[in-house]
Design a protein around this ligand. Structure first.
Ligand SMILES: Nc1ncnc2c1ncn2[C@@H]1O[C@H](COP(=O)(O)OP(=O)(O)OP(=O)(O)O)[C@@H](O)[C@H]1O
Ligand SMILES: [Mg+2]
Length: 425
């Protein structure tokens, strides 16, 4: 169809109509900047206690903030830091944009307004430059305390060529070097898992105090409260409380993930483009359920994509639903055959836990007789959807899997004929 002047006019009207229902749409967006935070006082107080420096600097080099997705970890830490700039200078870095230690160091440098380092210069040069940038920032701000927030910290443990422990060790050394110059650094690691649960070498674990702050999932009531506050600011007209209640109820089924509830409300508004009813929410929920997993899968690390591909492949090949960590590990290894960046078993176990936190897979405990109980995992999204999400060549892979299954059936048939032949002799 021709893209006429009239069509452009129609599209403009559509956009204006949608725009008219919002007063400030950013209040429904995940990255909405100045938002008010509901609750989380206990968690905030714990974090602030760790981050409030004593006269002679921070008492702890590392603080671990952890909990499931959408529980407000990033938002709360950022809010605290923004409001404690009278006490310390800080830098907030989301590590998800990279998957190597070197990449992480360069990202930190970038966020500190430092010049990026070429890979030939090596990671130690990057860390030295981080030290210089922190020093310069503190001199400029006339302060001696610095908070380095590393969001999505699990990325540190995804670099196969380097141990997560080594990077943590470099950070600890950085804390000590700065301390020798009377500057104090504290690293806040935000992740779905507790820092102490990552594979850390003993020499490092022993130097870290247990400074953890856990963010429990929200209840439906908490989510409703958050939605009420946000909706009041986001929409031009008042949204019916029943509508918000429905959003809260439906998203409680998604592990108390506040991000999901906000996305559901936004999606409903975008589809409805006018006053929203409860049935509009249900309708949008159906659509979001289709799109949401894809959005989440986009955020996972490259190794987690391979794990998901392994699970999709096994589900189709064996016509079973649940698999043990060991089975998934061997399939993952098979897929990355001869690739240098294979992760170890323990790390696969951690990555499976993270995928479970994201709500893409679920675990069940099953008895293995005298071997006790073991964890098994299954996909929460249909395997062919997962296949398309994580692999460009899923069509070709499916054909390979079908061929593999056929060859099994053939060999089973041959074995059966062989037995019959033998018995007739
Ligand atoms: N207590 C709260 N009050 C208001 N808004 C909140 C609250 N908690 C979370 N939100 C909103 O929910 C969304 C998700 O929060 P946030 O990104 O902080 O979660 P997270 O725990 O960091 O998740 P992830 O582990 O996926 O990074 C954001 O839009 C945030 O503003
Ligand atoms: Mg976050």
């Amino acid at each position: 169809m021709e893209l006429s002047k009239q069509k452009i006019g129609e599209i403009k009207n559509k956009i204006r109509k949608l725009d008219a229902i919002f007063s400030e749409k950013r209040y429904l967006e995940s990255l909405g900047s100045t938002i008010s935070i509901f609750g989380r006082e206990n968690e905030a107080e714990k974090i602030m206690n760790f981050l409030y420096p004593a006269k002679d600097g921070f008492s702890f080099p590392f603080v671990s903030v952890y909990g499931k997705s959408g529980t407000g970890k990033s938002t709360v830490v950022k809010f605290i830091c923004d409001n404690m700039t009278d006490v310390f200078s800080y830098c907030f870095v989301n590590l998800r944009r990279t998957d190597t230690h070197f990449g992480c160091a360069n990202l930190i440098l970038e966020n500190l307004d430092g010049e990026q380092v070429k890979s030939s210069a090596g990671i130690n040069t990057a860390i030295n430059n981080i030290e210089k940038q922190i020093e310069e920032t503190l001199i400029r701000d006339k302060k001696s305390n610095f908070i380095l927030v590393l969001d999505e910290f699990d990325v540190i443990f995804s670099d196969k060529r380097r141990k997560g422990s080594d990077f943590v060790y470099k950070l600890l050394t950085l804390v000590e070097t700065l301390r020798s110059k009377s500057y104090w650094l504290c690293v806040v690691a935000i992740s779905n898992s507790r820092l102490a649960d990552f594979p850390l070498e003993e020499r490092i674990r022993s130097r870290m105090d247990e400074c953890d702050v856990y963010f429990p999932p929200y209840t439906g009531k908490d989510v409703l409260q958050i939605l009420r506050e946000r909706a009041e600011k986001a929409f031009a007209d008042k949204v019916d409380d029943e509508v918000l209640r429905e959003c809260a109820i439906l998203s409680s089924a998604e592990n108390g993930d506040c991000r999901y509830a906000l996305q559901l409300l936004l999606k409903t508004a975008e589809i409805t483009k006018g006053p929203i009813s409860v049935s509009d929410v249900r309708n949008a929920y159906g659509q979001l359920k289709k799109d949401y997993p894809e959005e989440i899968v986009k955020t996972v690390t490259p190794h987690q994509r391979v794990i998901l591909r392994a699970m999709a492949r096994m589900t189709m090949l064996y016509e079973e639903e649940v698999f043990s960590t060991k089975e998934i590990f061997y399939e993952y290894r098979g897929l990355l055959f001869r690739k240098p960046k294979l992760l170890e078993y323990r790390r696969i176990f951690d990555l499976l836990n993270e995928l479970e936190n994201l709500g893409i897979i679920a675990s069940v405990k099953r008895s293995e007789g005298r071997y006790g109980y073991h964890k098994f995992y299954r996909l929460l999204i249909p395997y062919h959807d997962v296949g398309y999400m994580v692999s460009k060549n899923w069509d070709a892979h499916q054909l390979e899997i079908v061929a593999e299954k056929k060859s099994w059936e053939r060999s089973e048939e041959e074995a059966m004929f062989e037995t019959i032949k033998q018995s007739k002799k």
